[in-house]
Design a protein around this ligand. Structure first.
Ligand code: DAH
Length: 371
């Protein structure tokens, strides 16, 4: 704008303003851009505000008329702004009402409660069964002296179970060259819970009845073996303990865990720390083929868990070998006892009808929630 002809400049500015504002405001699609457009005309730096600053420079005879035109334009902008603002608000409300509905009565999302793993539940049940029969619970180390894991239990030095294929030796068995030297390997990850027989017999005086649940480790890792698994050991030492007592305890165990009438079967077997020794089978809980009716036999003939035999091996047991007593300082002439040891995963499978042992170790919540 030049000072030479303020009237002409003022009129040109006003005309441009009047021609542009209606469209500029109308084109806005939201409140923010509408307010910005409005400010471009009537804000502190706006076009109309700038024009009004020139008013004092206009000649007196034109000032009133031009001032009124400018005021009229200002009023027009204000009305257009207010109308557009109301229009936008109405459109927004309309969109809200006709859009997808929000159902405020829907239930909220709950935090999911955790629960015990089925293996842990089985351990608790087993502890219940045996403590109610008078057994104490003992826990021992998973890193164990070779001596307690093998020697004191009567394993001969060359027994296959002591082989490096089966045991995880803890580093102290390395010789100077860094090679594992079985003669020096004095500690292992315990390969069974039978180590607890030795520990407890050394720590207590008979009579004693103890169970010992816990983790054990073997160098087995394939589809049916995990290098870490769970066992529970049990043993009882007193005067005049007989094989019949062992049989009775096992019958109560089978009944409490799997229900009355569950068949228990003993087969002679060998374990270095018992004599006589036996393996114990119980009737397969998956097919219940032992019921013997046509339907049960049909299920048994398809059963993958018992491999169609109708029975599943669940534990090893026997009368404690005198050599174990001798190693623990207990007089084998005076005392007798029985021992048993079982894999807890087997029990969990039968208890919950799980047909694939790996499911118990994969920790897939979708599976665990079903048990
Ligand atoms: N320790 C044996 C194992 O891991 C299981 C076992 C067998 C335990 C016979 C016993 C027993 O107490 O008497 O395979």
């Amino acid at each position: 704008m030049t000072v030479d002809d303020p009237v002409q400049q003022f009129e040109a500015g006003l005309a441009k303003l009047e021609a542009t504002y209606p469209q500029a405001l109308e084109a806005c699609s939201d409140e923010q851009s509408l307010r910005a457009a409005n400010a471009r005309f009537v804000g502190p730096q706006g076009e109309l505000t700038a024009l009004l600053k020139w008013m004092p420079k206009l000649p007196g005879d034109r000032r009133k008329e031009l001032g009124q035109r400018a005021n009229a334009a200002k009023g027009g902008i204000e009305r257009a702004f207010a109308a557009k603002l109301a229009g936008l608000a109405a459109a927004e409300r309309e969109a809200e009402l006709s859009g997808p509905s929000v159902d405020v009565s829907l239930p909220g999302r709950h935090a999911r409660a955790g629960r015990l793993h089925p293996m842990t539940r089985v351990v608790h049940e087993l502890i219940d069964v045996f403590t109610s029969l008078g057994f104490d619970v003992a826990e021992g180390p998973e890193v164990e002296l070779y001596e307690y894991n093998f020697d004191k239990l009567g394993f001969p030095p060359d027994h296959p179970a002591t082989d490096m294929q089966d045991s995880f030796f803890v580093e102290t068995g390395l010789n100077a060259a860094g090679v594992l030297d079985p003669a020096k390997a004095r500690t292992v990850l315990r390969t069974h819970t039978s180590n607890m027989q030795v520990r407890e017999m050394l720590a207590r005086k008979p009579p004693m009845a103890v169970i010992a649940p816990g983790q054990v480790y073997r160098r087995d890792d394939d589809v049916t073996h995990s290098p870490m698994f769970f066992q529970i050991e049990g043993f009882l030492v007193d005067e005049n303990v007989s094989f019949a007592n062992l049989r009775g305890v096992l019958a109560r165990f089978a009944e409490r865990m799997f229900g009355e009438g569950t068949p228990v079967r003993l087969r002679p077997s060998y374990f270095p720390f018992v004599e006589p020794g036996a393996e114990v089978d119980i009737g397969c809980m998956i097919c219940r083929g032992w019921r013997g009716d046509a339907e049960a036999r049909a299920r048994q003939s398809q059963c993958r868990v018992c491999k169609t035999t109708g029975f599943v091996e669940v534990l090893g047991c026997g009368m404690i070998h005198p050599v174990v007593f001798q190693h623990a300082g207990i007089d084998p002439e005076k005392y007798t006892g029985f021992a048993f040891g079982m894999g807890i995963d087997r029990i969990a499978m039968l208890r919950y009808g799980v047909t694939d042992i790996r499911l118990l170790y994969e920790n897939d919540v979708r599976f665990l929630e079903q048990l």
